[in-house]
Design a protein around this ligand. Structure first.
Ligand SMILES: Cc1cc2nc3c(=O)[nH]c(=O)nc-3n(C[C@H](O)[C@H](O)[C@H](O)COP(=O)(O)O)c2cc1C
Length: 202
């Protein structure tokens, strides 16, 4: 597994520091059923507003149901298809827009679904798997193909699999694969006491 550890100003948990969004997957290796279940369990235990658990996930396992996988794969945009083709597992995270207990709008539905999804990604990494989220797909196509109701919104597709060497990728993706990970300086996103008062000067 190619290491792309976050260069952080202080030491952070190694799972967070080491997780990254890879594109080179081993197409010959399926994911063990108990590991797929662990991904679901990790999402299940995310926190959510009113403990509503507004997320829904659908997964497609290429080794189990190649036709369904292909249908999901066809919803990805072309740029993503070129590297996702080797990933044995595709997942979509879907956010509910109404609270179960009173049917009122749940403005935290997408927020909570993001939290459940990063749990899944971190769990994947902890088990030696890569998980790579994508916004580049057709929501409408996915909705139609898999009968997703209007009060639910597909948020991200996630490619999951075991790592392969970066050399299997086309040049454009290879360059991204070996490039270091980047973030804005802490001062851009993090404030204290007031809006736009950076926590540090970096
Ligand atoms: C909601 C979301 C949508 C994304 N969409 C895509 C995408 O369509 N294609 C892609 O290759 N990467 C996509 N990414 C991956 C990001 O580019 C990646 O997380 C970011 O560059 C940070 O890299 P890191 O995850 O390795 O730290 C997406 C990530 C998120 C969270």
């Amino acid at each position: 597994m190619l290491e792309k550890i976050a260069i952080s100003s202080v030491r952070i948990d190694q799972l967070i520091a080491r997780r990254w969004s890879a594109r080179a997957f081993d197409k010959s290796k399926s994911i063990e059923p108990e590991k797929i279940l662990a991904l679901c369990e990790a999402s299940r235990w995310a926190c959510s507003c009113f403990n509503d658990q507004p997320w829904r996930f659908i997964y497609w396992n290429k080794f189990e149901n190649p036709e369904a996988y292909q249908k999901a794969f066809n919803c990805l945009d072309e740029w993503n298809q070129k590297w996702v083709k080797n990933a044995p597992l595709l997942i979509v995270s879907i956010a509910g827009s109404k609270f179960i207990h009173n049917g009122k709008p749940n403005r935290w539905g997408q927020y909570d679904t993001g939290a459940a999804t990063i749990n899944l990604c971190l769990q994947a990494f902890s088990m030696g798997l890569y998980a790579h989220q994508m916004g580049g797909f057709s929501i409408e196509k996915l909705r139609q193909e898999f009968n997703i109701p209007v009060e639910f919104t597909p948020m991200a597709m996630i490619a999951v699999g075991y790592p392969a060497v970066p050399e299997i990728l086309d040049e454009e993706y290879y360059k991204l694969e070996i490039k270091g990970r980047e973030r804005k300086p802490l001062s851009f996103n993090f404030f204290k006491d007031s809006w736009n008062t950076p926590i540090v000067n970096d």
